[in-house]
Ligand binder design. Structure first.
Ligand SMILES: [Zn+2]
Length: 237
């Protein structure tokens, strides 16, 4: 095996071991919880938002893969991981659909209605933390790695973002030195969020190697596990 392949194999084995011991830990914790009637998230629901959907495909990779599909796959795996950890969850979408009102006609009207409906779900799910799943794209195809953006409106948002970024760095992407980034007004849902809210740019669709990873179910499971572990760490802090 090439050195890189050996390293990747070692990292995969390590991740599996960590995942398994984490499962045992949470299983044990869940058993204790059931006898003491406490659970990791208390009343807090993690509202998982798979970005884009339906008419809005999001970013498109070099091989034609649309962001919306990867977002939903990772969001669904994240929900499974959090459920297994005993954390309450909800999803903004579970199908390949834009969440717009039936009155919206043009693509622009549909996009605006969709984003307002996601915001309404964030406001109506109370208390909640909001975790949006997206994929990045940039003109320089060498860029890769997960980066978490956070709402400027609550300090909890930065804490949640840091917890997820650290978890991904520690467990999956040791070479990723990216830092969490405060959202500007280009990310509507974070810019106007009144609750702890983050957006996970899982990786770059402009990078062919990372695109292949992001489409791979094993990698998707590893990444969603890292995001879930970061959320659990935040909830337990
Ligand atoms: Zn996106």
């Amino acid at each position: 095996m090439r050195k890189k392949a050996r390293l990747q194999m070692a990292a995969a084995v390590l991740l599996l071991l960590i995942g398994f011991s984490y499962f045992l830990y949470t299983f044990h914790a869940a058993n204790i919880a059931s006898s003491e009637s406490t659970d990791p998230s208390g009343d807090i629901t993690v509202l998982i938002d798979a970005g884009h959907g339906g008419v809005d495909g999001g970013a498109v990779a070099g091989d034609g893969t649309e962001e919306k599909y990867i977002n939903l796959q990772i969001a669904e795996l994240l929900q499974k991981q959090l459920d297994a950890m005993g954390v309450k969850t909800a999803m903004t979408r579970t199908t390949d659909d834009s969440i717009h009102d039936s009155s919206a006609q043009t693509i622009r009207e549909k996009k605006v209605s969709d984003i307002h409906n996601r915001m309404r779900m964030m406001e109506e799910t109370d208390p909640c933390i909001f975790v949006s799943i997206h994929q990045n794209k940039y003109s320089d195809s060498s860029l890769h790695g997960t980066q978490v953006f956070y709402s400027p409106n609550t300090t909890a948002s930065a804490q949640l973002a840091q917890s997820i970024q650290t978890s991904v760095h520690t467990l999956l992407q040791p070479e990723n030195e990216r830092e969490i980034k405060k959202s500007g007004n280009s990310i509507y849902l974070l810019y106007y969020a009144k609750k702890p809210a983050v957006l996970v740019e899982c990786g770059f669709l402009s990078n062919a190697e990372e695109t292949a990873n992001l489409k791979d179910e094993t990698y998707q499971k590893q990444l969603s596990f890292c995001i879930a572990a970061g959320i659990l760490e935040y909830l337990n802090a």
